[in-house]
Design a binder for this molecule. Structure first.
Ligand SMILES: [Zn+2]
Length: 616
């Protein structure tokens, strides 16, 4: 017996050594989006090969949610945990992760990490999935590695997290018409959305510049309508074209596969079929859908708004109803997006059929004709058990009875719709438009306008203050819009979308008030996750943003900011490279003609981003 004592001592010693290892810093909890309630305590729960996950037998959706933890562990740690599908309470004394149905609301979860066990309470698959997303973010960021990482202690800091979303609708949009993106990329896009508890993917599928969805009854839509003969180079009015045919579409089989993939991650795909405007690609295939004022219709080759729109004829409605019939077969989403934006009235004004119809229906003008068009489509879509959502312009001439509004033209449309007791998703331009510059346009690639910085997006409050408490209830969520005029590749999409979308996701999920400084600290850790997921996000977070404000003919006022926390900005005015020895920026200063402001962010004596400069 006596010789066992040294063994115990050495075991204790090994534990002590293990606890004081210097290579892994103590974990500061950095979850994005920030949970509703979070309390960290001392100690950690260590995951190793022997840790079991206990789930209730027969709960297949929960078992599927738990599998996402094992997927990550298998890649990053080289092993997955045994899943024991049984009554977890029978294993109460064992070390492990207990996943329990506590009857919480659908997306809510309660996660308690103690040294001996982890308890994840939920009310079903969605809550379990979100609990797992948070659990993954409690682990070292290496858990997001695609390849095995050695030497990591897979530890969860002890904590108590209670969480549920602020909004039911937390959306992210992607325009796959102006540029086309593969299903593989869309799966990655959905993976990153799911990490942020974003639960709606708004898939923009039809446009003037290309029709991307296979419709079996109208094969020309993809045979011909997917193509444009060339694409404008630079901005929409440059006048230069690349001379290269551009196309791409999604087969119904691919769509079904993506819908299923998204559903497993609790993401509902909302398809958008644009009407009555942005219809040129369809009209180029089937000119009888137009007002017939032109001899020839062609898929658009530049960006913008086109006057060739659907004519509200019986054959047009038949076409659209047929299209939606196939859409409903593919997309289980109750909500479908009907566009409704940017529909010029020029063709309807000249068209004898449209003018006769206005008279016959006793409508005031073409705006009321648009409203009638959408209401007629809504009636059909409602009869099939679906609801419509459309951009602000569906308010013109009167809102369809059950329509929801996606407010993009600033806040006005959203306010008006909420006051009329219609549900609203806030996606305001330019605050939630990810095609806008996120940093100084002088150092960024071509974008739509702006800049709309990370901080602007973070600080935007999606519930307009003019709304009463009662009216505010009609704001059901938020959405970040990714229009791809200037995003021809997946890399550009990721660059524009992230990390700004992290800020929108947090506004969609987190009920608590905003704290920009705390967000930047969490985000810096979070960027390490995006790195491991190979998301090519914009790194302007670490760069000074120099702005020169008008003063006199001879002077301007410079302000410099940086998003990264705990960084000092050092700057020069003589064109020399700023270093740690250069003056520290403390507030606005005067810049004279011939001066160049050069700045860099420095933390702990080290440069953390790029040098940025701006001439008078
Ligand atoms: Zn017409």
């Amino acid at each position: 017996m006596t010789n066992r004592i040294p063994h115990i001592f050495s075991a204790v010693l090994i534990l002590l050594v293990a606890c004081s290892r210097p290579e892994q810093a103590p974990q500061v909890i950095s979850v994005i989006p920030q949970p509703a309630f979070i309390q960290q305590s001392e100690g950690v729960f260590s995951i190793d090969r022997k840790t079991s996950i206990f789930v209730e037998a027969g709960d297949s959706s929960v078992i599927r949610s738990v599998a996402f933890l094992n997927d990550r562990l298998l890649k990053a740690a080289g092993y997955s945990l045994p899943v024991v599908a049984d009554d977890p309470l029978r294993h109460a004394g064992e070390k492990g992760i207990f996943v329990l149905d506590a009857g919480l609301k659908a997306e809510a979860y309660h996660l308690v990490v103690e040294e001996g066990r982890v308890v994840l309470e939920h009310g079903g698959g969605a809550g379990a999935f979100y609990g797992v997303q948070t659990l993954l973010q409690l682990l070292p960021v290496e858990i997001f590695s695609e390849k095995r990482v050695r030497g990591i202690h897979w530890e969860l800091p002890c904590c108590d997290i209670e969480d549920s979303p602020r909004f039911a609708y937390r959306g992210m949009h992607l325009d796959c018409c102006l540029h086309f993106f593969s299903i593989d990329f869309l799966k990655k896009y959905i993976d990153v959305m799911a990490l942020h508890k974003v639960n709606r993917f708004h898939w923009h599928l039809t446009e003037d510049q290309g029709w991307r969805l296979e419709i079996k009854k109208y094969p020309l839509l993809t045979e011909k309508g997917q193509w444009r003969k060339e694409t404008v180079i630079g901005s929409l009015s440059s006048g230069f074209y690349d001379g290269t045919p551009y196309g791409g579409y999604y087969s119904q089989e691919e769509v079904r596969d993506l819908v299923k993939y998204a559903a497993e991650r609790y993401v509902t795909i909302i398809p958008e079929i644009e009407l009555p405007g942005h219809a040129l690609a369809a009209i180029a295939c089937y000119p009888e859908l137009s007002c017939g004022l032109e001899d020839h219709y062609e898929t658009a080759t530049k960006w913008g708004i086109f006057k060739q729109v659907y004519c509200p004829k019986e054959e047009t409605f038949k076409f659209l109803e047929d299209v939606f019939d196939e859409v409903f077969e593919l997309f289980p989403s109750e909500l479908v997006h009907v566009g409704g934006d940017e529909c010029p009235k020029a063709s309807w004004k000249k068209c004898p059929h449209c003018q006769a119809l206005i008279k016959k229906l006793g409508l005031k003008d073409e705006f009321e004709l648009q409203s009638w068009f959408i209401q007629r489509m809504e009636k059909y879509i409602n009869s099939k058990g679906h609801q419509i959502i459309g951009w602000d312009e569906i308010l013109q001439g009167g809102l369809a009875p059950n329509a929801k509004v996606m407010s993009w033209l600033g806040e006005e449309g959203g306010i008006k719709a909420a006051q009329q007791h219609h549900e609203v998703v806030m996606a305001p331009y330019p605050k939630y438009y990810l095609d806008y510059w996120q940093a100084d346009p002088d150092s960024e690639p071509l974008a739509m306008g702006g800049p709309t910085t990370l901080r602007t997006m973070y600080e935007y409050n999606p519930v307009p203050e003019v709304l009463s408490a009662e009216e505010s209830k009609y704001i059901i969520g938020v959405e970040g819009c990714v229009w791809t005029e200037y995003m021809p590749t997946p890399a550009r999409v990721e660059y524009m979308a992230w990390p700004r979308m992290c800020a929108i996701a947090e506004s969609g999920w987190t009920k608590a008030g905003k704290d920009w400084g705390a967000f930047t600290r969490r985000l810096e850790t979070h960027l390490g996750r995006l790195d491991r997921m190979d998301v090519g996000y914009c790194k302007a977070f670490y760069d000074p943003f120099i702005e020169l404000h008008k003063d006199t003919q001879y002077s301007k006022i410079a302000t410099i900011s940086v998003d990264a926390p705990d960084a000092e900005i050092h700057y020069t005015l003589d064109g020399s490279t700023p270093t740690v020895q250069s003056p520290i920026y403390t507030g606005p200063f005067v810049v004279n003609r011939q001066q160049r402001v050069s700045a860099v962010a420095i933390r702990n004596g080290k440069t953390i981003g790029n040098i940025r400069y701006k001439d008078f």
